[in-house]
Design a protein around this ligand. Structure first.
Ligand SMILES: [Zn+2]
Length: 105
């Protein structure tokens, strides 16, 4: 079985970066609220806060979490469509890939 620990580290670093950026976006959304509205801000549910996060950012966070999950359960690097191994080069270029180059094209 291939050791994906380097890939996992890379994905985790990327995930932390994306989550950090998501937090900055959330902070920006709260900017117009002054002290009088602080209670209102606290009342915002996580879902509502997430609505402000860029769709692309959210999608990538989801994809990275999925990739990390696949590393954990041993399905990482296996095409989800045909079951063949995904080439190392493809995974390096696109660590979140869940399908081999043939199935993705
Ligand atoms: Zn495939």
């Amino acid at each position: 079985m291939t050791d994906y620990s380097a890939m996992r580290t890379q994905l985790q670093t990327r995930l932390a970066d994306l989550l950090g950026r998501a937090e900055v976006i959330e902070d920006d959304l709260r900017q117009p609220l002054d002290a009088d509205f602080s209670e209102q801000a606290v009342d915002l549910s996580d879902d509502e806060a997430l609505e402000g996060i860029d769709e692309v950012l959210r999608t990538e966070i989801g994809q990275i979490r999925l990739a990390l999950l696949r590393i954990e359960n041993g399905s990482y690097g296996i095409c989800s469509q045909c079951g063949n191994p995904i080439s190392q080069g493809r995974l390096e270029a696109r660590p979140i890939a869940t399908r081999c180059i043939d199935c993705a094209s």
